[in-house]
Design a protein around this ligand. Structure first.
Ligand SMILES: Cc1cc2nc3c(=O)[nH]c(=O)nc-3n(C[C@H](O)[C@H](O)[C@H](O)COP(=O)(O)OP(=O)(O)OC[C@H]3O[C@@H](n4cnc5c(N)ncnc54)[C@H](O)[C@@H]3O)c2cc1C
Length: 459
């Protein structure tokens, strides 16, 4: 049972459903969320979406090489496209819709208006309580219920870190005519900034700007009128009217994470486990990648094929990534703030290669076996060498290919023999086992270490 139908919960649900695991998704909101919110899918998440079968839909709604148009004191100073081809700009709403549609093909439908309010854990199950008085039993409960997670609170887990009261932002979705929809418009001056980002296939623009404050220093909640005032002040454009605010929100910087992501049969993923500045656009991406790490492990354990200790490797692998993400996004925010008032620079400083997620590895993990060639166990396998929900076994050289067949034959419903094997830098014979999340498990000269690895993993 998954609590929360944001990107994290939906990716997890889809990954479980395509493996034939019975899954329910509870969502407190009575209907799908409408705000654009997370607007970037970086390369690693795009790969994951493709493997989950939503690649074409995501490509249809996303903009690659999104162009930025930068203004200083109202004057156009430069254009750029700092993220290039591999990052897609889109709405989180669109991502969620694509995932829900794909989930429906497995017969799973999000239960809107279903709020989790409590649960109790027994040795073999979790009993979940809903706001409407219903209860439901499940083998595992995963809290994907966002930064203010009820599941985290009920587990009594501390959310360690800080909230920067002084750094806040208001955001929303509006419509406006008279601006070129090819560009994310970024107006900066010595007093602040106003940003308008368009989304393909919609008439909406996402607003991001600083809030207004009352004389006694309290933040004024965002409204169409406050957006208009900010727009006129920073963009210095007259005669353009913002209208139809379909989403209004405020946001302040929180840098926090849990110290554990699993308590017995209850686990946390996504914003419920870590929150950080939006610089780098990593929140939705990190949640998707948490779910991707957890899905195959949970499926093996829930179906009785692997021992429950496999679930401990989820936090072993993802907690250090959460900590790394908190640091990277804080560092990118500082860099962007330092450059914000340098005409023509600003948000370009956020686009560093690390945000792609392609370099994330689990070399330290207890699941990382031995390795050969240029890649280490725990590294992400080269693009195209693994696909689908099973383990992939690859063979290099004649005896490596014989070893590959031996491994695939020994575990026909858990391991598939793969074909492509570029980028491993292996000379001579070898057998490589790739995990279902496409990280390298083990590479050896013959099949025995691979068979041993699998025997230890599977019951
Ligand atoms: C303006 C803005 C820009 C952003 N830009 C980016 C970006 O460019 N890239 C990026 O990666 N991220 C970005 N983010 C962050 C991103 O939106 C979040 O990190 C992301 O939503 C986290 O996904 P999640 O599924 O973990 O949680 P959420 O999306 O918060 O989903 C949690 C869900 O759980 C539900 N829920 C809560 N409590 C309960 C309960 N008790 N029972 C049942 N359901 C419950 C909620 O209704 C919600 O639908 C941005 C955010 C904002 C606000």
């Amino acid at each position: 049972m998954i609590s929360g139908a944001g990107p994290t919960g939906l990716v997890l649900a889809l990954d479980l459903a395509r493996r034939g695991i019975a899954v329910r998704v509870l969502e407190r909101s009575p209907r799908p969320q409408t705000g654009s919110r997370g607007k970037t899918l970086h390369a690693r998440s795009v790969e994951i979406m493709a493997d989950l079968g939503v690649g074409p839909r995501i490509a249809e709604i996303g903009t690659a090489s999104q162009k930025y148009r930068k203004y200083f004191n109202g004057e156009h100073v430069s254009d750029s496209a700092p993220f290039g081809e591999s990052t897609l700009f889109l709405t989180q709403t669109g991502v969620e819709e694509a995932l829900r549609e794909q989930l429906a093909t497995h017969g799973v439908h999000v239960e809107f208006g279903a709020e989790l309010t409590g649960f109790t854990q027994a040795e073999d199950r979790v009993v979940v309580e809903l706001a409407d008085g219903r209860t439901a039993e499940t083998g595992y409960l995963i809290g994907c219920d966002g930064g203010r997670s009820t599941v985290r609170r009920l587990l009594g887990l501390a959310f360690v870190g800080e909230s920067a009261q002084e750094q806040s932002m208001i955001c929303g979705d509006v419509e406006v005519d008279g601006l070129d929809r090819e560009y994310w418009h970024q107006w900066v001056d010595d007093e602040g900034a106003f940003m308008l980002c368009p989304f393909r296939g919609t008439s909406a623009w996402q607003v991001q700007t600083a809030p207004e404050f009352t004389e006694d220093g309290s933040m004024i909640e965002p409204s169409l009128e406050s957006f208009q005032r900010r727009f006129e002040r920073h963009a210095r454009v007259r005669g353009l009217e913002l209208r139809n605010a379909t989403w209004l929100s405020s946001w302040r910087i929180n840098v926090r994470m849990v110290e554990q992501m699993r308590v017995g049969r209850v686990l946390l993923a996504g914003d419920s486990a870590h929150v950080h500045p939006i610089a780098g656009g990593l929140g939705m991406n990190t949640g998707i990648q948490d779910a991707w790490n957890l899905g195959w492990k949970l499926a093996l354990v829930a179906s009785g094929r692997a021992n429950g200790t496999l679930l401990d490797t989820y936090q072993e692998e993802r907690l250090p990534i959460a900590a790394w993400t908190l640091n990277l996004s804080t560092e990118r925010l500082d860099a962007a703030m330092a450059k914000l008032h340098v005409p023509g620079t600003g948000l370009d400083t956020v686009a560093v290669t690390e945000v792609s997620g392609l370099g994330i590895n689990y070399r330290w993990s207890s699941l990382a076996g031995q390795s050969l060639g240029v890649l280490q166990a725990g590294d992400r396998a080269p693009t195209g060498s693994a696909a689908g929900p099973l383990f992939t076994v690859l063979g290099f050289g004649e005896s490596g290919r014989a070893g590959q067949r031996e491994v695939a034959d020994a575990h026909p419903d858990l391991v598939r023999a793969g074909a492509g094997a570029e980028g491993f830098g292996i000379e001579g014979d070898a057998v490589a086992l790739i995990r279902p999340d496409h990280h390298i498990a083990v590479i050896s000269t013959d099949a025995d270490p691979v068979l041993k690895y699998l025997a230890e993993l599977f019951n």
